[in-house]
Ligand binder design. Structure first.
Ligand code: OKP
Ligand code: ZN
Length: 345
């Protein structure tokens, strides 16, 4: 399995995230990807290549141009105000405020394009986020050219980023960019399965009214779990997209077996849909040892997960999302990919 990776993800290194009234060290740190890289190379999952460079056009297929322009300029605008530390939003246009007028004030712009205060914008954020999209697009191209599977090993993650907003450590929705690239390359239908602990609200929002992308997400129940305001079971799509979005919210504390029951339902729906390609938003923060999540998957379950995904028999693109127990995430990711290879051959 081809692995696409660049060490330059280090450009994004947030210092603090705002959490329960204080600034705490970021959970989403460069070491995460370093551990994954070490484990996938150690387990000989496949050859590693650097990403190709892509223009902005494939990213603009899923993100609003004005949002991308904002991201591109954000660090310069922020430092022009005399700041040297990371930017964190502090004000948001909730219900009743205007969303059609972009403010001139930078912190007001940042609030307009974000939904939480846990996602610092740093000097290298745009560079790393762009690189993440290049990684996803490079891996996607390998599959379009005939590879059975590929792994986009990138950070920061992407699945919380919507058409015109960042949040949940995410800036560009790499899985959505790749799914759209499959369609633009001639695929008729693409399925995205999000196995990260957190609901992929950004991905859902991007494709909610479309039938050409099926979105399936298994996650902590948003009644108690981040991102709280989306991800319920009754969100099944809108307009032509009605029936092409399924959420499988599970109670915090759910065990292996409960999780795999949900996976069975999602896989069954994907089989019925008969997509040309499958994108996996691969988060391993479902792990029992994860510091910010509350499922209890044991390490061997990741091998089982990989095997079940291979059983779908589809060209499969794995896109890295969350997972924060830094020591263990590498091994768990490698086990998913090994489990896939063992079954896929
Ligand atoms: C991103 B991904 C933890 C608070 C939760 C947001 C979590 C974003 C998860 N201190 N902050 O889905 O893994
Ligand atoms: Zn997550």
């Amino acid at each position: 399995m081809d692995i696409i990776y660049s060490p330059d993800h280090h450009a994004h290194r947030g210092e603090f995230e705002f959490y329960r009234g204080e600034l705490v060290p970021c959970f989403e740190k460069p070491e995460r990807a370093d551990f994954i890289f070490k484990a996938v190379t150690g387990h000989q999952i496949g050859p590693v290549s650097a990403p190709d460079s892509f223009p902005l056009a494939p990213i603009e297929r899923v993100h609003a141009p004005r949002y991308l322009r904002f991201l591109e300029r954000a660090w310069d605008s922020w430092t022009a105000l005399g700041n040297t530390h990371d930017a964190i939003p502090a004000v948001w246009p909730i219900r009743g405020f205007r969303h059609d007028v972009e403010p001139d004030n930078f912190i007001a712009q940042l609030g307009m394009y974000s939904f939480d205060s846990g996602t610092p914008f740093t000097s290298g954020t745009w560079r790393a986020a762009r690189l993440g999209a290049d990684i996803a697009l490079t891996a996607q191209r390998r599959i379009a050219q005939g590879a059975r599977a590929a792994f986009a090993l990138s950070r920061p993650p992407g699945h919380h980023a919507g058409p015109d907003f960042l949040g949940g450590y995410c800036f560009i929705n790499n899985a959505a960019v790749a799914a759209q690239a499959f369609l633009d390359g001639g695929a008729s239908r693409v399925a995205i399965l999000d196995v990260d602990y957190h609901h992929g609200n950004g991905t859902q929002s991007i494709f909610y009214d479309r039938a050409d992308v099926l979105f399936q997400s298994i996650h902590g129940d948003p009644k108690t779990e981040y991102p709280f305001y989306l991800g319920h079971a009754d969100e099944t799509g809108a307009g032509p997209g009605l029936g092409f979005n399924q959420n499988y919210p599970l109670a915090a504390g759910s065990s292996n077996e409960q999780w795999f029951v949900a996976l069975d339902s999602a896989c069954k729906r994907i089989r019925d849909y008969a997509p040309d390609a499958l994108v996996i938003s691969l988060g391993v923060d479902t792990y029992v040892g994860d510091p910010i999540s509350k499922f209890r998957l044991d390490a061997p379950e990741y091998l089982r997960l990989g095997g079940q995904l291979a059983g779908l028999g589809l060209p499969t693109l794995f896109v890295m999302e969350g997972g924060y127990a830094v020591e263990e995430i590498g091994v768990n990711v490698a086990q998913v990919l090994r489990g896939f290879r063992d079954v896929a051959g």
